[in-house]
Design a protein around this ligand. Structure first.
Ligand code: PGA
Length: 248
């Protein structure tokens, strides 16, 4: 079981209109007294409205990506400062869909993490291997190289959360086996402690990839699993609350 307070974060991806704010209301009503921290990252269009709905509740709202600059001529982009101005307190960087769809590399992800800190946001930084890399036995080497390239100096339990998301498990209904999750999370922990010292034991490591109410009870108690980053199952409050109930 995790030694820190667990963190369950919903990533709505490119889903949600104002009608979906009712799900925020339902999550808000359902999390009184829960044993973990809870966050939701809706699309950028809903951050401001979502923070209004979450006001006064222990429910963090955040963005799914940010630009490295605070502002300027970057059509279509959103800065970390804008997320903070909208009331957000979190930002996800380096999600595999960003790395794939927008060719984001480790250096860019690192710069985005630093931009998140500049705006005072808690950064959730995603790493994970592809199916081909896993088949080739490269998983741990890939995780090491992503950590080295994308996690900035100055990382601590207060400013960073790392999400391990095997690319082949995202949105596929496939989850890594318990042994695979244990092995990956132990490896990430060892790398972070080697670089940042014993205090890195407090950096929360989330598992992501087809987490659902039906498997959260098995995944969340694993060693070095300090929560979950949830895509599809975070879109409906009832499912998301089912996962939150399994956290401690
Ligand atoms: P999923 O997505 O839960 O739909 O697999 C997880 C994620 O991409 O964060």
């Amino acid at each position: 079981m995790s030694t820190v307070r667990q963190f369950v974060v919903g990533n709505w991806k490119m889903n949600g209109t104002r009608a979906s704010l009712a799900e925020i209301d339902a999550v808000r009503s359902g999390i009184g007294g829960v044993a973990c921290d809870v966050g939701i990252c809706p699309p950028a269009t809903l951050i401001a409205a979502a923070t209004e709905r979450a006001r006064g509740a222990a429910l963090m709202i955040g963005g799914q990506d940010c630009h490295t600059a605070a502002g300027g001529a970057h059509t279509g982009d959103v800065s970390a400062e804008m997320i903070a101005d909208a009331g957000g307190t979190l930002v996800v960087v380096g999600h595999s869909e960003r790395r794939t769809d927008h060719d984001e590399d480790d250096a860019l992800v690192r710069a985005k993490a630093e931009a998140g800190w500049r705006a005072g946001l808690l950064v959730i930084l995603c790493i994970g291997e592809t199916e081909a890399q896993r088949r080739a036995g490269e998983t741990l080497a890939v995780l090491s190289s992503q950590l080295e390239g994308s996690v900035p100096d100055g990382s601590s339990a207060e400013n960073l959360v790392v999400a391990y998301e095997p690319v082949w498990a995202i949105g596929t209904g496939l989850t890594a086996s318990n042994d695979d999750i244990r092995e990956a999370h132990a490896h990430i922990r060892t790398e972070l402690v080697a670089r940042f010292g014993e205090a890195a034991a407090g950096i929360r490591l989330l598992y992501g990839g087809s987490v659902k109410p039906g498997n959260a009870g098995e995944i969340l108690p694993l060693a070095n699993v300090d929560g979950a980053l949830v895509g599809g199952a975070s879109l409906k409050a009832a499912d998301f609350l089912g996962i939150i109930a399994a956290a401690g």
